[in-house]
Design a protein around this ligand. Structure first.
Ligand code: NAD
Length: 491
């Protein structure tokens, strides 16, 4: 059967790239589509198109309110095409259809949030300490944005970059991951349909070391918004030495979930299952380190193992399926490797630890729980990005906090307790960008998202995030009609 063919979107036109690569359906391990692999020359054209669009009156002369209206239109198109986008995302990444559809519908609200914010970005006026002077600031678009996303949630991770960038008046070159780029190449059609002028948004995909490198080191790029792993982030920071772009980095995590002796265990268990097994664990905020009080450890393990074993694994397009495959063979090999090393070094396998026997093809892996004695065990220390929960016990609050903060990452965390004072103490002391108390995996366009330490810098979502797509211009106006008298005195 002929493979479907996708095109890149540069300067308002859909076009083939000179090279293509095959995209694999993780549910059966077979190639299903040909994706355009952007060359360095393609990247250059895309950045130039974005640069030229910045001064094209069709974009530059729009009021912020008009930009917001275009974003509202895009939001409606995303919502009305949620089924098609979800089907593609599921096919290309293995993420279950139930989740892709729900997330995409919610993503429309992210576009709406920033559409509404577009004309609320304000400068300031100063009552300055000089006579006859008016001083104020303007917030102007920062310029060309290079937005780079990983494979695990491309429509969502691009929305939190595209929406504030466009609301602020920037132009964008969006690089989809080389794994599972189909939904973003489809999104390009909706961007085109919404009526953004040519070059305002360009959507390409290709390999990190060619396309990604050319984009992030391009001299005309002023802002890099990156989501991905910490080692790629380091490369991107090196690349940005060429353009001195403002860089935001949303990186991985090894998020702790703390369960105290007074927690509602059934409720905590549901949150833990969602935190680690949703999206087959391929979530940056995955609650992958469970830290549980020794007095409730046995009971909680019993509940969790039972829930993990009842998770329905299967075809991600099937609405009954609760856990689909991992996105790539590479990811499956990585999960297998970390689990094998962890068991070899003493971690106790409570459930899972292998690919389910009933699937002959596809990158499936069972929900896995590993009981560990020490933090240095591979599955506790390393980001796995798979359905693997590592468990540690603690005796008291002090030990719980030590374990929670014993990671170079600091993206998210969960605290399960009925003790309000303890909840607040841990909110203050945990080193992470997000603390969920008696809940997990909550997000909203209104609430900032981002990490501490190796989990990155910068925040996405929330009103403050739009400011990172602007720069401040300070304006001085002399209101006096008197001529400037002494040119050699700074006033
Ligand atoms: P990755 O870092 O390998 O790739 C991410 C993107 O960077 C891809 O588009 C890739 O092509 C590009 N890239 C690779 N090398 C590049 C280079 N030299 N220059 C420019 N671009 C380059 O990440 P991945 O394996 O695709 O995704 C998984 C990682 O993403 C995990 O660590 C995960 O935790 C993280 N993640 C973080 C968040 C968050 O919001 N904090 C969300 C999702 C995923």
């Amino acid at each position: 059967m002929a493979l479907e063919k996708f095109q890149q979107y540069i300067d308002g036109s859909f076009e083939d790239a000179s090279e293509t690569f095959e995209s694999i359906n993780p549910a059966d391990g077979k190639a299903w589509a040909l994706m355009p692999s952007a060359s360095v020359a393609d990247v250059d054209r895309a950045v130039l198109a974005a640069h030229n669009a910045l001064s094209n009156p069709a974009w530059a002369n729009l009021t912020a309110t008009q930009r917001g209206k275009l974003l509202y239109k895009l939001a409606d198109l995303v919502a009305s095409n949620a089924d098609a986008l979800a089907e593609l995302e599921t096919k290309d990444t293995g993420k279950i259809r139930r989740e892709t559809k729900a997330v995409i519908l919610y993503i429309a609200d992210y576009y709406r949030y920033f559409a509404g914010l577009a004309d609320k970005v304000q400068g300031a006026h100063f009552d300055v300490d000089k006579p006859d002077m008016e001083a104020y600031t303007r917030r102007e678009p920062i310029g060309v944005v290079a937005a780079i996303v990983p494979w695990n949630s491309q429509i969502f991770l691009s929305a939190v970059k595209l929406a504030p960038a466009l609301a602020a008046g920037c132009t964008v070159v969006l690089k989809a991951s080389e794994d599972g780029p189909a939904p973003l190449l489809k999104l390009a059609q909706l961007i085109n349909e919404a009526g953004f002028p040519p070059g305002v948004v360009n959507v390409i995909t290709g390999m990190g070391e060619t396309c990604g490198k050319a984009l992030t080191s391009h001299r005309l790029v002023s802002r890099i918004a990156f989501t991905g792993g910490p080692s790629t982030a380091r490369r991107i920071v090196e690349n940005s030495a060429q353009n001195l772009a403002l860089v935001s980095l949303e990186l991985g995590g090894k998020s702790p979930v703390l369960v105290f002796e007074d927690a509602d265990l059934e409720s905590a268990a549901n949150a833990i299952v969602s935190g680690i097994f949703a999206a087959t664990g391929q979530s940056c905020v995955a609650g992958s380190r469970l830290i549980v009080h020794e007095s409730v450890h046995a009971k909680l393990m019993e509940i969790l193992v039972s829930k993990a074993q009842r998770i329905k694994i299967g075809d991600p397009q099937d609405l009954e399926t609760e856990m689909g495959p991992l996105a790539t063979q590479r990811q499956l090999d990585h999960v297998n490797d970390v689990v094998t090393r962890s068991v070899a070094s003493g971690a106790k396998l409570l459930t899972g630890g292998k690919s389910p026997a009933e699937f002959e093809a596809g990158f499936y892996y069972e929900p896995t729980i590993l009981d560990c004695e020490i933090s240095s065990t591979a599955c506790v220390a390393e980001e796995i990005f798979g359905p693997v929960l590592s468990v540690l016990k603690f005796k008291d609050d002090a030990e719980a906090l030590l374990l929670a903060n014993d990671s170079e990452y600091g993206l998210a965390s969960g605290v399960f307790t009925q003790n309000l004072g303890r909840a607040h103490r841990f909110v203050r002391s945990i080193r992470a960008g997000i603390v969920w108390v008696n809940t997990y995996r909550m997000i909203s366009p209104l609430v900032p998202f981002g990490g501490y330490g190796q989990s990155g810098t910068g925040r996405e979502a929330g009103a403050e995030s739009i400011l990172d797509y602007t720069r401040t211009k300070s304006v001085w106006i002399n209101t006096s009609e008197a001529p400037i008298s002494d040119p050699f005195v700074m006033r």
